[in-house]
Design a protein around this ligand. Structure first.
Ligand SMILES: N[C@@H](CCC(=O)N[C@@H](CS)C(=O)NCC(=O)O)C(=O)O
Length: 209
């Protein structure tokens, strides 16, 4: 039996969701023990900082005590634990496309996490200019993905698909009022298939009290 890994985890973290979807896709989920860890941008978790000085989720502790982060590193680590078809393509140009898609999905999440953090501050402290910028970045990203939806659907499932699907899922979770499906029919169609995957359904975000 393979030794277990420990994942600092939260049911509402989209980056945690991304690595858990990856683990499920690869059949590794039962090798991961999750430990509920609370983080907040304005309140570093001092205990977690002993392992990850940036106090961020996901942080993974391997069986031998080695600590790794962030989500791209953890996902790439998972991908070399199995002998099946890799979700990080080895050869170019497929690799470059998958990595660029991962980067866009992660970037969208970074933007939306900052946007949400700002939106939950007292109104008089909020920067309207920043919130407008984050809204615009999110909108343009989804618009560009609509153009790419055909290629996304046609290409082999990869880390890029996981990152983008997770980012769209985070819009649904935190910004449902954006109603992104209304003006993006091809992306909507692609996301239906993504959302139906067992790995994705096993890791729905939950806003616990
Ligand atoms: N680039 C990182 C981003 C991770 C991240 O921002 N995680 C959020 C939770 S979803 C976090 O830990 N926020 C707390 C903080 O920024 O202090 C990754 O891909 O893992």
């Amino acid at each position: 039996m393979t030794a277990r890994m420990l994942l600092h985890w939260s049911p509402r973290s989209p980056f945690v969701r991304k690595v858990m979807i990856m683990a499920h896709e690869l059949g590794l989920a039962d090798q991961i023990e999750t430990v509920r860890t609370v983080v907040a941008a304005s309140q570093p978790n001092i205990e977690l900082m002993k392992q990850n000085p940036q106090s961020r989720l996901p942080t993974l502790v391997l069986a031998d005590g080695t600590v790794i982060y962030d989500s791209p590193v953890i996902c790439e680590y998972f991908d070399q634990l199995h002998n099946g078809e890799k979700l990080f393509p080895a050869s170019f140009p497929e690799r470059l496309v998958a990595l660029r898609r991962q980067s866009l999905g992660d970037g969208m999440l970074d933007t939306m996490l900052m946007w949400r953090g700002e939106a939950t501050r007292p109104p008089e402290q909020q920067s309207i200019k920043h919130m407008q910028a984050w809204r615009l970045k999110t909108k343009v990203s989804v618009d560009m993905l609509e153009e790419e939806a055909g290629a996304l659907a046609a290409s082999r499932f990869s880390i890029g698909h996981i990152a983008l699907g997770t980012a769209l899922g985070y819009i649904d979770f935190r910004f449902p009022e954006l109603a992104w499906r209304d003006r993006h029919p091809r992306l909507k169609a692609w996301h239906v298939g993504f959302a139906a995957r067992p790995s994705v359904r096993a890791n729905e975000p939950v806003d616990e009290p």
